[in-house]
Design a binder for this molecule. Structure first.
Ligand code: ING
Length: 327
């Protein structure tokens, strides 16, 4: 029996700092309507999908950024999404800023902040939650930067690992689904941890500036999209999985994010790509049995991986250069 799932990347155009969540959620519901008309069974929305990319804005008192976060899920702002999911029988992935009251690593109950994504079944049940592990940028104001990137200021490092669940979706009885968020896609370790759980569909949202904001060297503009696609295509090929990668794009209060959302198959091929930097729905029929070839031949992990040679990957954080020859 063919395991076929019709998926969509529901790319969002810009959300201005002054715009409320209702504006973005309204646009997202309209994208779900369009997805329903195309027979889509699972929609992937971007990272931090309901608000502007607020980590570009500095707040001395980080509590001033709390209004960008959801304290419950579903939250009042997201109810229309859960209602649309039920109405259309569509599952959805949503990226948002999460405040959670839970113990930290010392066991102290705290009000914690995460860059979070959830997978929601058509019934409204939250099937999976992931919290962003690789937080790029910096924690303190950096005057030399063109634009700040303060994810390390506003978010805790994700504490859920990279989970994969096997759950029904669309007409498929059991499908291995996992997530990552934005910068995670640049780290092969994230893909491999999902691959070691036999993931078949990776969902990821991103908000990525179209120009280098670090002022620390020349980076040709076209490389921004190239590096994003390279990372996702490699991740899919090397772990024999599909991925749906969805951008929030366009110019937010003068700051440009690139779009070019893509859906990639287990051979690493881009099977659909957005070409605007606005609200755009791209779709693909994923034959999940396409994952089998890679994971039973070239990426048959049981047959070919040699963990005894990989110690550095978990033993080291920073790179350690070798001693100079002959010294
Ligand atoms: N954004 C960017 C990303 O990883 C970035 C940050 C851009 C890092 C380009 C390095 C190079 O796509 C988020 N939100 O992670």
């Amino acid at each position: 029996m063919t395991r076929l799932l019709t998926v969509a990347a529901a790319q969002l155009g810009p959300i201005q700092k002054a715009e409320g969540r209702d504006v973005a959620v309204g646009r997202m519901v309209r994208l779900m309507e369009r997805a329903h008309a195309r027979g889509v069974q699972l929609v992937v929305f971007p990272e931090l999908a309901m608000t502007t990319f607020f980590p570009r804005h500095y707040h001395e008192n980080t509590a001033e950024a709390d209004h960008w976060f959801e304290e419950t899920m579903p939250s009042e702002a997201t109810v229309p999404l859960f209602e649309a999911a039920r109405r259309y029988g569509i599952g959805f992935h949503l990226g948002y800023a999460e405040i959670a009251h839970e113990p930290d690593e010392t066991g102290t109950l705290r009000r914690r902040h995460f860059n979070t994504a959830i997978l929601v079944a058509p019934s409204g049940e939250i099937l999976l939650k992931y919290r962003k592990v690789h937080l790029p940028g910096h924690a303190d104001f950096k005057p030399e930067r063109r634009v700040q990137h303060l994810e390390k200021r506003y978010f805790d490092v994700g504490n859920l690992g990279f989970p994969v669940i096997r759950a029904p979706m669309g007409g498929v009885d059991g499908l291995n689904m996992g997530m990552m968020i934005c910068n995670d896609r640049r780290w092969p370790e994230a893909w491999r941890v999902l691959g070691l759980q036999s993931v078949e569909l990776v969902m990821l949202g991103y908000n990525t500036p179209s120009l280098n904001q670090e002022n620390s060297g020349f980076e040709a503009h076209h490389l921004r999209v190239f590096h994003s696609h390279l990372s996702i295509q490699a991740g899919c090929y090397q772990n024999a999985t599909f991925a749906v990668a969805t951008a929030k794009a366009g110019v937010e209060d003068g700051h440009e994010l690139f779009g070019h959302s893509i859906i990639v198959n287990p051979m690493g091929e881009i099977v659909a790509m957005a070409t605007s930097w606005g609200d755009e729905l791209i779709t693909a029929d994923c034959d999940l049995d396409m994952c089998t070839l890679g994971r039973t031949t070239i990426f048959d992990f049981a047959a070919h991986r040699r963990p005894e040679a990989y110690g550095r990957i978990v033993e080291q954080t920073a790179a350690v250069a070798p001693p100079v020859w002959g010294e």
